[in-house]
Write a protein that binds this ligand. Structure first.
Ligand code: F0G
Length: 385
């Protein structure tokens, strides 16, 4: 049964909205949790204390497939003929692959101009999605696609779509399953549009209500420094969920000011280069449920952590490594203790953004270059010509 083969739909009793014969699946969620002694040492944790949840193993190479199998199932259930998303690349690759599997709806993708890693763009094109460059960045593209979808009755597949978040809950089900349902101390996740963070909070809330777990792990959401809206509002302005009665004015002022200054997100971790996270209020709730913290890490910390993940036997794209950089930071602050069990989510595959990887290693191999040059080896860095 293809449904039981999926790492999402094996858990379909926990995301019940479709009959088995309606489900659009390509075996997503066959991912793994792996303990990494070397990455644990890097983060300052006990060698058996750090686990990497490797979502790059999904069919389109990122965690998005967990959600997109659910959103595309729902799109077909409601008879959608066209589905759309704004994307920094992974959402579009994922939506495009599900459209080519379902053969029931076409896909339009809105991308900020020049704001997509080539690996991701190539996927959307190969799977036949119409890919449009929108003047501006991801935040602009998302605002535009939401307008167009509302006006034209197009099915929207960004993480404002609640069915996507239902699917993404399964990442946490699998983490727990891999740990024999022993709840870890921390889940650390990169924060962009905050869909994952929201889905994880919902998953834990429901599992606890169902009596399947007896406690909820703490959640750490890691922003890139150049795209740190949640960090600023949660950690610096002290904004809280507060039972849903959060102070809307506080965030409205913040965003008005952001507009006034035309403040743009800017980070090399292009997947999370986002200033206006659509799941902001849901993420505040997740932080409340999971006694969460938010941190920011800079591009250097992200790239250094990414290289450690690669050297440790798994690979990931820059945005994913924010989780490992965040775990290291929180350990150095004493918020995470050396003996804690920590799960970092690696959200996207290493091959998604090869340029960032090659540039990083070309720039950091100077010592090696000196040695090799002394033997007459040409050490000019690789380039695309
Ligand atoms: N990691 C990767 C690799 C991503 O592609 C994204 C989001 C995130 C983390 C952030 O996840 O939004 O749930 O907080 N990428 C979106 C896209 C924006 O268009 O592919 P989030």
């Amino acid at each position: 049964n293809p449904i039981d083969f999926s790492g999402v739909w094996r858990f379909r009793e926990l995301l019940p909205f479709a009959h088995d014969d309606q489900i659009i699946t390509i075996g997503e969620g066959q991912t793994m949790l792996k303990a990494s002694a070397s990455v644990a040492r890097y983060a300052g944790l006990n060698e058996d204390g750090l686990f990497l949840q490797y979502e790059g193993l999904n069919p389109s190479g990122s965690f998005k497939d967990n959600g997109m199998t659910a959103a595309s199932t729902h799109a077909v259930m409601v008879g959608a003929k066209v589905a759309a998303c704004a994307s920094t690349g992974n959402t579009s690759a994922s939506l495009a692959i599900y459209s080519s599997v379902a053969q029931k709806f076409k896909v339009v993708v809105f991308v900020g101009s020049g704001k997509i890693a080539f690996g991701k763009l190539s996927q959307a094109l190969d799977y036949g999605a119409k890919t449009l460059q929108i003047q501006g960045d991801f935040d602009d593209a998302l605002a535009r696609v939401r307008e167009v979808c509302t006006q034209e009755g197009i099915y929207l597949c960004n993480s404002v779509n609640p069915f996507r978040l239902e699917g993404q809950k399964s990442i946490m089900f699998r983490v727990l399953e891999s740990l024999n349902w022993e709840v870890p101390d921390w889940i650390v996740v990169p924060g962009g549009n905050l869909g994952n963070s929201s889905a994880f909070g919902k998953a834990f809330m429901e599992l606890k209500q169902l009596g399947l777990i007896d406690r909820i792990p703490r959640l750490a959401i890691i922003n890139a420094q150049g795209a740190n809206t949640l960090y600023q509002l949660y950690e610096q302005h002290g904004m809280r969920w507060n039972g849903g009665n959060y102070d809307l004015d506080q965030s409205t002022d913040f965003f008005t000011q952001m507009d006034k200054e035309n403040r743009r997100a800017s980070t090399l971790a292009s997947a999370i280069e986002i200033n206006r996270p659509v799941n902001f209020s849901k993420a505040l709730r997740a932080l409340d449920v999971c006694d969460g913290v938010v941190r920011e890490v800079d591009d250097q910390q992200i790239l250094d952590a990414k290289a450690q993940v690669g050297a440790g036997g798994l690979g990931c794209e820059p945005a994913s490594a924010a989780s490992v950089a965040g775990a290291k930071l929180l350990k150095s602050e004493g918020v995470i203790a050396a003996g804690d069990r920590v799960v970092c989510i690696l959200t996207g595959h290493q091959l998604k953004d090869p340029n960032a990887t090659v540039a990083y290693h070309s720039a950091t191999d100077e010592h090696m270059d000196e040695k090799l040059s002394s033997h007459g080896v040409n050490t000019a860095p690789f380039s695309n010509g």
